[in-house]
Design a protein around this ligand. Structure first.
Ligand code: PKZ
Length: 241
């Protein structure tokens, strides 16, 4: 069984008829329902502490795990390659049959942010607050993410912002993709420091989800970046390619 998390709940919502919309074809819905059959593969949850986490990241993890106890916040697990229900659904509905059949390529595929060895790339954990439609991500960017010497590459900052904003949008809207991301880089982020990315849903208009984010030091005194992004809920009746 999968852990009860907001993402899973959202995946269940995806299987419901879109409000005021047209039901996906029966074949697609059958494929989606099939995803809820049991799947027993052990994968490592990469959002749990490992020996590369510094004391700041461990501290924030512990603080937010405590906040999860009353149910206001929820810890979001994260895997490098586990084929979760929502990923399976995405593949079944949106991935061209030709690509889906390329098993060798798909078996090598990893979530970009989880493709580094412990401590070298993105070490992060996310928590979601359903009432506030808000997700926070605590991230320690490792040495392989360097841009200017001693600081994070702007692309790696964009990546973790996009990842956090995507989770916020997926939880609010189901299967979405980023169509626009605007970032203001205000201060460089020192390598291996811990930052907090705070994302919230500003508005939802039909298939459009508007998400805003900021990236701060964990004492909140330094604003490193802020960003706005637009996500579009995918239409199962439209091909992606
Ligand atoms: C992926 C989830 C799987 C689940 C996994 C779960 C695992 C958790 C891991 C997290 C995963 C991280 C993932 C990171 C997030 C990516 O990295 S996503 C990858 C980067 N993004 C892309 O490649 C998207 C490329 N874009 C597209 O393919 C197409 O634009 C889309 C998204 C399919 C939408 O196309 P469409 O359905 O034909 O929609 P379209 O009619 O063009 O646009 C709809 C509306 O949006 C507007 N719009 C479209 N683009 C723009 C724009 N750039 N600016 C303003 N308005 C726009 C249109 O004008 C239109 O407006 P209205 O006319 O309706 O008012």
């Amino acid at each position: 069984m999968f852990p009860a998390c907001a993402v899973r709940l959202r995946a269940l919502h995806i299987l419901r008829a879109p409000r005021g919309g047209v039901l996906p074809p029966a074949g697609e819905r059958r494929a989606a329902q099939k995803l809820f059959s049991s799947e027993k593969v052990i994968h490592k949850d990469r959002s749990l502490p490992n020996s590369s986490w510094n004391s700041d990241l461990k501290l924030m993890f512990d603080q937010f795990m405590k906040k999860c106890e009353d149910g206001s916040w929820e810890h979001l697990p994260s895997y490098g390659s586990r084929s979760s229900q929502i990923v399976q659904y995405f593949k079944e509905v949106f991935l061209e049959t030709k690509l889906r059949k390329d098993e060798q390529m798909l078996s090598q595929a990893r979530l970009f942010t989880r493709s580094y060895e412990d401590g070298l790339g993105f070490e992060y954990v996310m928590f979601h607050n359903e009432q506030e439609k808000r997700t926070v991500c605590f991230c320690q960017g490792g040495p392989y993410l360097q841009g200017p010497p001693g600081f994070l590459h702007g692309g790696s900052i964009a990546t973790i912002i996009d990842e956090t904003a995507s989770m916020t949008a997926i939880i609010a809207g189901g299967i979405v993709m980023t169509v626009n991301l605007n970032i203001n880089y205000k201060r460089p982020i020192p390598l291996c420091s811990v930052v907090v990315i705070n994302c919230q849903v500003d508005k939802i208009e039909g298939r459009k989800l508007f998400i805003s984010c900021d990236v701060r030091s964990i004492d909140e005194k330094t604003l490193y970046s802020d960003a706005t992004s637009l996500f579009i809920k995918l239409d199962p009746n439209k091909s992606l390619t």
